[in-house]
Design a protein around this ligand. Structure first.
Ligand SMILES: Nc1ncnc2c1ncn2[C@@H]1O[C@H](COP(=O)(O)OP(=O)(O)O)[C@@H](O)[C@H]1O
Ligand SMILES: [Mg+2]
Length: 333
């Protein structure tokens, strides 16, 4: 596991995540005499502030909207591999934590790519979801600390066995929903990274999710799968007699000058505009790959003007907005 205590954010990064001018941050820093981490001899532009202080800024300044509900369950989904589920799940989770929320992220893919991004060794021996479902470990004991605000249940190949275990249990599609009850009130967000299969494991995640972000590539060939995915999901929820969660289609790996991407966006808008954030796609950026490889969220290393940071920050803003608004309309009805 990685010790993240020496990592932090710069004023410009905080400003970019908070969508405020850099002066708001510098004023707050001087008012509260906040000390940077590491060498204070750097120019003020380069000084980094701890995760705790970053979170404190967001909380003090009331920038992150208050949610009407605890334990909002988000999932990043697609039964196609390589679309960017894990990458986006990692960035959204790690930055929601920096923005002052309490986040639990659960790796539900036996490949464990999310776990490696979170600083876990490939062959780690920590408990996984598999141990929790088999009741050899309580869910509380399977939770690991990553950095303030961010905790996780890592995965490894043992999670492949989960499919068999779930199959033998009563209410086999609702096991996670029952497990999530045990975490009630502990987190603002519980976030699942899923594996690219149509499995019992994924159906458990669908049942307990409040929101599903379907990450798809902006390539014409990847859109056929999306149609089948949407139809299957709707049929599944109908069959389970539960209402559809909030669903977002998130186009990823968009390239400005690519005609394939432009074509894919046109088709996406034509069929799924109700599920999309207007004029938004996550652009292709080397920072996303570097981030996963180095096990460092964008905020810990990227430049403040990184397009990846900008896109992730926009996605988070749109997600937060939906939850707050969603809850409001539900309460009124
Ligand atoms: N916006 C992006 N820009 C550049 N590379 C990306 C982007 N999103 C994902 N990738 C890369 O695509 C590959 C697959 O991403 P990953 O998140 O592992 O997909 P999935 O979890 O859906 O299988 C990885 O190498 C990742 O770095
Ligand atoms: Mg993945």
């Amino acid at each position: 596991m990685i010790d993240y205590s020496n990592f932090g954010t710069t004023q410009k990064i905080i400003a970019s995540l908070a969508k405020v001018g850099p002066h708001a941050i510098s004023r707050w820093i001087s008012k509260h005499s906040v000390k940077p981490i590491l060498s204070p001899k750097e120019s003020s532009r380069k000084l980094r502030y701890s995760v705790e202080d970053t979170r404190r800024f967001f909380k003090d300044s009331n920038i992150s909207p208050e949610l009407n509900k605890k334990d909002i369950i988000l999932s990043f989904y697609n039964f196609k591999g390589g679309t960017g589920k894990t990458s986006i799940c990692y960035q959204v989770s790690s930055h929601l934590a920096l923005m002052g929320y309490d986040v639990l992220v659960i790796d539900a893919d036996p490949q464990g790519h999310l776990s490696t991004s979170l600083g876990f060794d490939n062959n780690h021996n920590y408990p996984t979801l598999s141990d929790v479902v088999n009741e050899t470990v309580s869910i509380q004991d399977a939770i690991r600390f990553v950095y303030p605000g961010l905790q996780c249940i890592p995965s490894n190949l043992a999670v492949t066995r989960l499919e068999v275990s779930l199959n033998d249990l009563p209410k086999r599609e609702e096991r996670f929903q029952i497990l999530m009850e045990q975490l009630k009130g502990q987190y603002d967000f519980i976030i699942f990274d899923t594996n690219p299969t149509i499995s019992l494991l994924n159906r458990n995640i669908l049942v307990c999710s409040d929101h599903i972000s379907i990450i798809c590539e902006t390539q014409p060939y990847s859109l056929n799968g999306l149609k089948i995915l949407m139809e299957d999901m709707i049929k599944f929820y109908k069959g389970m007699q539960i209402s559809l969660p909030d669903i977002l289609v998130v186009p990823n790996k968009y390239e400005d000058r690519s005609s394939n991407c432009a074509e894919a966006m046109t088709v996406l808008r034509q069929f799924y505009s109700n599920y999309m954030i207007p004029d938004f796609a996550i652009r292709k950026s080397e920072d996303i790959t570097t981030s996963a490889k180095q096990s460092l969220p964008l905020a810990f290393f990227a430049r403040a003007n990184s397009i990846a940071l900008e896109d992730i920050s926009d996605l988070i803003t749109a997600l937060l907005h939906r939850f707050v608004k969603d809850r409001d309309t539900k309460e009124m009805s």
